[in-house]
Design a protein around this ligand. Structure first.
Ligand code: SAH
Ligand code: SF4
Length: 360
C-alpha cells in the first residue's frame, strides 16, 4: 500500500495546497486547512487525533492520504550543566540525536541532518561510522517539534536557536535540509538568523545556500588554516580545497549580510601551534568571520587530546590581537557525551552508559 504524504515534511505553502485540496474533495469548508496548519505549527500536535476542533470523522480521514510520524524517544540523558540529549529512534530503526543546550538567555537546539556521516573527518566520532542514510525533511523537523514539546513540558521555554551541529553533514543532504529550513523558518517561526547550518566545506552546498533569500547563518568547520594540515583532518579537502571553500564563502558573504563563523576544534599538538593562530585570524578577517574555538572532545577512535586551557588561551589571544572576534566554546554536556562529535560514540556505547550519565 502506498504511504501517505509525510505531513511534517511539507513547507507551509505545500501544506496549505495539499490540505485545501483534501478538504475540498471532502466537501469541507476551507478553514479546515487552516485549523490543521495551526495544530501542526502552533499546537505541535502529536497526531491527527489531537486536532480536537475538527470533527472526529475528519481527523480519521486525514490518516491515509497523510502520515504524521514522530520519532520515538530511545533515551533522554541530562547533564549536570543542564544540557539534555535526546536519542531518537526513527521508523526504520536508525538512531539520531539532538541536544538542547540552555545558556543564560536562551535555549539552543543542536539537531542531526543525517544518520551517520560520510565525510570521514579523522577527529569526529560520527565520521567513523560512515553514512547510514539521509534524514527526510520531516525527520529533521520532527527533532525540533519533539524537543520543543519536551522543553515546554519541562518549563524550559521556547527554543531560540537551532544549529545543525548534530550528526551528519547538512549540505550533503540538501534534499532534506532545504525544505526543513523553510519549514522551521516559515512554519514554526524560528528566525533565519537564529538557524545555523554547520558545514565541513561542501562547496556546491554553500553556493546553493547563498542563493537562498533568507539570512540563514553558516558555520564552516575549518580546523586548520592551511590546506596541507586540513587534509589530515578533513578528507573532503581533497575534493574541495580550502581556497575553493573560501571562494564559496565569499559568494555567500556577498549574497548579503549573512554572518559566517569559523569553527576550530583545538587538538593538542595537532592544530594548536601558535603560528597557526595569525593565519587563522587572517582568513577570518578577510570574511569578517567570527572564530569559535572548541576544545577537542576525545573520541574512542583516536588517542588525541584537547589542547590544555593555557594553549587555548594563547591561541585565542593571538586571534583577538588581530582584531578578529573570537570565543572559546565551553564544552557542554560532556558527562552525557552530548558534545559535538560525540554523538555516534554515545549511540554505540548506549548499552553501557557511563556511571554518571544520568540517563533517565
Ligand atoms: N558536519 C557538520 C556539522 C556536524 S559536526 C560539520 O562538520 O560542520 C558539528 C561540529 O562538531 C563541527 O564543527 C565539527 O567539526 C565538530 N566536531 C566534530 N567532532 C568533534 C570532536 N571530537 N571534538 C570537538 N568538535 C568536534
Ligand atoms: Fe561529518 Fe561533520 Fe563529523 Fe566531519 S565533523 S565526519 S562532516 S559530522
Amino acid at each position: 500500500m502506498e504511504k501517505g504524504l509525510d505531513i511534517l515534511g511539507l513547507t507551509p505553502i505545500e501544506l496549505d495546497s495539499e490540505l485545501e485540496a483534501h478538504f475540498q474533495k471532502r466537501g469541507q469548508p476551507k478553514y479546515r486547512a487552516h485549523q490543521v496548519r495551526e495544530w501542526i505549527f502552533d499546537g505541535l500536535a502529536l497526531g491527527f487525533g489531537d486536532m480536537t476542533n475538527l470533527p472526529v470523522k475528519e481527523r480519521h480521514a486525514l490518516a491515509g492520504p497523510f502520515v504524521m510520524e514522530e520519532p520515538v524517544v530511545a533515551s533522554i540523558a541530562r547533564s549536570k550543566d543542564g544540557t539534555v540529549k535526546h536519542l531518537w529512534h526513527l521508523r526504520d530503526g536508525e538512531l539520531v540525536e539532538s541536544v538542547l543546550i540552555p545558556t543564560e538567555d536562551r535555549l539552543t537546539l543542536c539537531i542531526s541532518s543525517q544518520a551517520g556521516c560520510g565525510m570521514g573527518c579523522t577527529f569526529c566520532a560520527t565520521g567513523f561510522g560512515g553514512l547510514r542514510r539521509n534524514l527526510t525533511s520531516a525527520e529533521i523537523v520532527a527533532q525540533y517539534r519533539a524537543s520543543q514539546r519536551w522543553a515546554f513540558d519541562e518549563g524550559k521555554g521556547r527554543i531560540g536557536n537551532i544549529v545543525f551541529m548534530g550528526m551528519g553533514e547538512p549540505l550533503a543532504n540538501r534534499k532534506g535540509l532545504f525544505p526543513a529550513l523553510t519549514i522551521l523558518n516559515q512554519g514554526y517561526g524560528v528566525g533565519a538568523r537564529r538557524i545555523t547550518v554547520s558545514t565541513v566545506g561542501l562547496v556546491p552546498g554553500i553556493l546553493d545556500l547563498a542563493e537562498r533569500p533568507e539570512q540563514f547563518r553558516l558555520a564552516l568547520s575549518l580546523h586548520a588554516p592551511t590546506s596541507e594540515l586540513r587534509r589530515t583532518l578533513i578528507p573532503l579537502e581533497d575534493r574541495y580545497s580550502l581556497a575553493e571553500v573560501l571562494g564559496a564563502l565569499r559568494v555567500f558573504d556577498e549574497a548579503g549580510g549573512k554572518r559566517i563563523t569559523f569553527e576550530y576544534t583545538l587538538i593538542n599538538g595537532v592544530n594548536d601551534h601558535e603560528h597557526l593562530a595569525p593565519q587563522l585570524a587572517d582568513l577570518a578577517a578577510g570574511l569578517q568571520a567570527f572564530v569559535n574555538l572548541i576544545p577537542f572532545n576525545p573520541i574512542p577512535y583516536q588517542d588525541w587530546e584537547p589542547s590544555p586551557p593555557d594553549r587555548v588561551r594563547t591561541f585565542a589571544k593571538a586571534i583577538e590581537e588581530r582584531g578578529v572576534p573570537v570565543a572559546v566554546r565551553e564544552p557542554r554536556g560532556r558527562d552525557i557525551d552530548a558534545a559535538c562529535g560525540q554523538l555516534r560514540a554515545s549511540a554505540i556505547t548506549e548499552e553501557e552508559p557511563q556511571a554518571d550519565a544520568g540517563v533517565t
